[in-house]
Ligand binder design. Sequence first.
Ligand SMILES: [Zn+2]
Length: 237
Amino acid sequence: MECHNRTEINGKCNGKIVTEIHNAFGEFSIKAKKHAFQDNQEKSRKEAEDASRLPALEAAYATILQELGEDTDLPGLLRTPLRAAKAMQFLTKGYHENIYDILNDAIFDENHDEMVIVKDIDMFSLCEHHLVPFFGKVHIGYLPNKKVVGLSKLARIVEVYSRRLQVQERLTKQIATAVSETLQPAGVAVIIEAVHMCMVMRGVQKMNSRTVTSTMLGVFREDPKTREEFLALAKDR
Ligand SMILES: [Zn+2]
């Protein structure tokens, strides 16, 4: 994997971010692309399974609390294992959903060949290394090739992939790949800016550090002018 999907940690403003992204194109590897989609297919958890899995999940949370030295019979904690289990199922409900189901009836034939950008899509996810949140903004751009998608569906794609255990790099790539595979556009660009609670609350405890990742496919990778247009529009507030 080359540096098309680059992680940059900094506490600075857009100027810095754009500099990093300019350096962020490299070979888009077909292997990486396949991997992102296989991931999606293999990890699905059926919604109907959640109810039957809940008791074991609840018991597991009770164990966690007890091993942390808590008394799970105290009134405040009595229903915490159940609440935590339900919360975790909700926070990972992206496994229930398949990108194709969501987009199936929302792709339209349209002779539009100008760049489409949806920016500042709110994103909340869980880091798969520590099971704590990371959250921020997603900016998606694509250059249509006879097909467009309902704009709200781009936000739904973010939702499907972010409501899973994730790393930001993979999330970025999965969103870009989903748009690319379903719309077959001339190009796709995705940027995610996020704050990781595992960095803020533990470890290095850097309050203001943000992680920026980008994936550029097709013309956004190959054509500097297209890429720069996207970057300018994405950072324009
Ligand atoms: Zn983490």
